[in-house]
Design a binder for this molecule. Structure first.
Ligand SMILES: [Zn+2]
Length: 247
């Protein structure tokens, strides 16, 4: 279905403005709205996260407040911002929510092409290109990953590493790093070499750490290219659900 034609420019994207002696063509307001819509569609944000904004991010503890503040600063600084973000924390604390909200703000306010990928999906899609009947080539899958001004790589480490995965992910991330493109990562895996803290109890005992999942080399690259944002606290979706059960 076609969109309603803009009444200011009749769909041309240009309006004439009187600048005294003669009329000057200017971009109509609908043009950037249309551009933003296209950018948002191209950003590949999963349906369940599409409504995530900075405004509807819930604050339940000081680490949520800090994470929100850092996210706002990141948006404000862009494009001068020179490091990406790595949101680390257990499931359900809002890491992906913030990553998506940052993309939305960058698209709407700064027309920045952003691109969202779930780590496991990415691995799967790259693998699929190796099958003989694949419709896409590896480079077709990787182009938006390399070219997106801001890339969100969600659930980093959610798939066990193999030498192949480690190599591929390092290659992707390193390419972005070399081209000074910002990447926002989220991960459920506690970074164990950091000082142990109370939040440790929220992670399952005996579970892998980030370094077990992605390897030492990639972890150290992440530290060079990202600010680490720890988000602690229990799963607030669970807390809300539990609080609604009355006994
Ligand atoms: Zn218009």
């Amino acid at each position: 279905m076609a969109d309603k034609v803009c009444s200011f420019c009749q769909g041309t994207g240009w309006v004439l403005e009187d600048s005294g002696r003669r009329a000057v063509a200017k971009r109509c307001q609908c043009y950037s709205e249309q551009q933003n819509k296209v950018l948002f569609e191209q950003a590949n944000i999963p349906k369940r996260y599409r409504d995530c904004t900075l405004k509807n991010f819930e604050i339940h503890n000081p680490s949520h407040r800090d994470a929100l503040k850092i996210s706002k600063q990141f948006i404000k600084n862009y494009p001068i911002q020179d490091v990406g973000l790595l949101f680390i924390g257990p499931c359900g604390v809002g890491k992906t929510h913030l990553a998506v909200a940052i993309c939305r703000e960058l698209i709407e306010n700064k027309n920045v092409p952003c691109f969202f990928y779930d780590f496991r999906e990415l691995i799967k899609e790259i693998r699929n290109t190796y099958t003989p009947d694949s419709l896409l080539s590896e480079s077709e899958v990787l182009t938006p990953i390399f070219q997106g001004e801001v890339l969100v790589l969600d659930e980093l480490g959610a798939k066990r590493t193999s030498a192949w995965i480690e190599e591929m992910i390092f290659y992707i991330i390193n390419q972005r790093y070399n081209h000074k493109k910002l990447t926002i990562f989220t991960s459920n895996y506690l970074d164990k070499e950091e000082e142990e803290d109370k939040r440790d109890s929220f992670y399952k005992k005996g579970e892998d750490s980030l370094v077990d999942r992605i390897g030492v080399r990639l972890r150290s690259r992440l530290y060079e290219m990202c600010k680490i944002v720890d988000i602690g606290g229990d799963d607030y979706r669970k807390i809300a659900k539990q609080a609604s059960y009355r006994f």
